[in-house]
Design a protein around this ligand. Structure first.
Ligand SMILES: [Zn+2]
Length: 481
């Protein structure tokens, strides 16, 4: 069975290559590509060359050479044609497109992308083994684990050059906010970098040890206060990462200590950040907060424009589609986010369903940047708690009123158990400060925010389970499980 599939895939691939070669005169003799070792070498050469050319493009943009919207479009079209032609060699994509009756070689521009089917995370998880080309030495690839919405973690593999290129696009966006190459960045995550949380330790790459592009990933699971202390020692110019953690830091650490960090800016991400939370964070740290939208599969997808507040799409890196009823959303319309990573040669992400929801902004940002925009990312659809009346609520809205209890309230989680039941397990900081009816106080406060039809149960516990990536969240909906 697997043999026939492989054969079919190879035939499709060879046919695809022949068509590419005859049409574009790129490859003289496609039969020479049939050997996996050759495909491997060619792919590696290709990744290296494409990363080099893309890096040159990024660099010229960085240096301020003006790209017009037409330049950006031309660049995207060129990348997408190459990416799709090469992905037609991949057993997973060739099968997917064949089954959908799509002809990848008829694709000329990004506007033709809707001819290809949308790919779900589940499909890619199932096809995991056949995603990187068989001849590629997998031990040399960068492996990044990501949480699956289903609880199944997915492993993303990239060529180290691809990985650096994607990070470069993010740094480009941060440079727009004032980050210099010698500024250190701190990111707050569920899981810390296994390397020591000490500046310029030997385990870090050479550029970090000489003080360039320093980036430290800290876990906030040990406690918000502890992660603040560690962050302070690293003397960062910016703090990014989990919005929930940054928001709690802005509420639980005295503002004068936060301001003493002298941050240039903050980028709360991962979770959706409502405007009020953004304002609170910015006020607490005494620095501007910019929303960034990213994912493990794509790195940076969009970053807030400091002038207009719209989100510039990271167009030289990813092509983002917002779809409503199967068609592209126009300005002001919301829909499902589907993205294509223009620099994913090893494991292609083509029309990947991110499971997010966003509102399309104007075709061009009024600031003059040549990029399409998003008005807002309404969020990871999974994060919103649906309500019995058909509406939904962001868990931040339940957490706001609990700020009144920060004198004694320790760690807590907000968990939606059922449509009409939310549970809040919490710990108490100082036993003597907690009021006698702490449980009912928390329950009734959160219940007021949740509305009449939702019951809230608060449970005081001695300790909360430590964070484990993909399993525990500050806010969690258990409706699907
Ligand atoms: Zn702008």
């Amino acid at each position: 069975m697997a043999q026939t599939q492989r054969l079919a895939a190879r035939q499709t691939a060879s046919l695809a290559l022949r068509r590419v070669s005859s049409r574009r005169g790129l490859l003289r003799d496609p039969r020479r590509l049939a050997s996996p070792a050759r495909t491997d070498t060619l792919l590696k050469v290709h990744v290296a060359l494409s990363c080099l050319s893309s890096a040159a493009g990024l660099w010229s943009y960085w240096l301020g050479c003006a790209w017009t919207a037409a330049d950006v479009k031309r660049y995207q079209d060129r990348r997408i044609r190459g990416l799709v032609a090469r992905a037609a060699l991949n057993p997973f994509y060739s099968r997917l497109w064949r089954e959908a009756g799509a002809d990848p070689l008829s694709l000329r521009t990004v506007d033709d992308l809707p001819r290809l089917p949308i790919v779900s995370k589940g499909q890619m998880q199932e096809a995991d083994a056949e995603l990187p080309p068989p001849a590629i030495d997998r031990s040399r690839l960068v492996r990044i684990r990501t949480t699956g919405s289903t609880g199944n973690p997915m492993e993303i593999r990239r060529h180290p050059a691809e990985d650096k290129l994607l990070s470069a696009f993010r740094i480009r966006a941060f440079a727009n906010y004032g980050l210099s190459p010698w500024d250190a960045r701190v990111h707050l995550h569920f899981v810390a970098d296994p390397r020591p949380a000490r500046r310029r330790a030997r385990q870090y790459p050479w550029w970090m040890r000489v003080g360039l592009f320093e980036r430290y990933a800290l876990s906030f699971a040990e406690g918000i206060g502890e992660s603040f202390d560690t962050a302070r020692q690293l003397r960062p110019a910016m703090i990014g990462g989990h919005a929930g953690a940054i928001w709690r830091m802005s509420n639980e650490v005295p503002h004068e200590r936060l301001r003493a960090l002298g941050l240039k800016f903050i980028t709360p991400s991962v979770e959706t950040v409502p405007p009020l939370a953004k304002k609170q964070i910015s006020h607490a740290f005494g620095a501007p907060a910019y929303i960034t939208y990213g994912s493990t599969e794509f790195n940076l997808l969009a970053a807030e424009c400091p002038q207009t507040g719209l989100l510039h799409l990271n167009e030289l890196c990813n092509y983002v589609e917002v779809l409503t009823g199967g068609r592209p959303a126009t300005e002001g319309e919301s829909g499902q986010v589907v993205a294509t990573n223009l620099h994913s040669e090893i494991v292609p992400f083509i029309r990947f369903d991110l499971g997010d929801w966003a509102t399309m902004g104007p075709e061009r940002c009024p600031c003059g940047a040549p990029f399409r925009t998003l008005q807002a990312v309404e969020g990871r659809m999974l994060e919103l708690f649906p309500l019995p009346d058909g509406g939904s609520i962001h868990p931040f809205q339940l957490a706001y009123p609990l700020l009144d209890f920060q004198q004694w309230l320790g760690e807590y989680r907000i968990i939606q158990e059922r449509l009409d039941l939310i549970r809040i397990p919490f710990t108490v900081l100082r036993r003597q400060d907690a009021p006698a009816g702490a449980e009912s106080l928390i329950a009734s406060t959160a219940a007021r925010a949740a509305g009449r039809r939702v019951r809230v149960e608060a449970v005081r516990v001695e300790a909360l389970p430590t964070f484990e990536k993909g399993k525990n969240k500050l806010f969690e909906s258990r409706l699907d499980s």
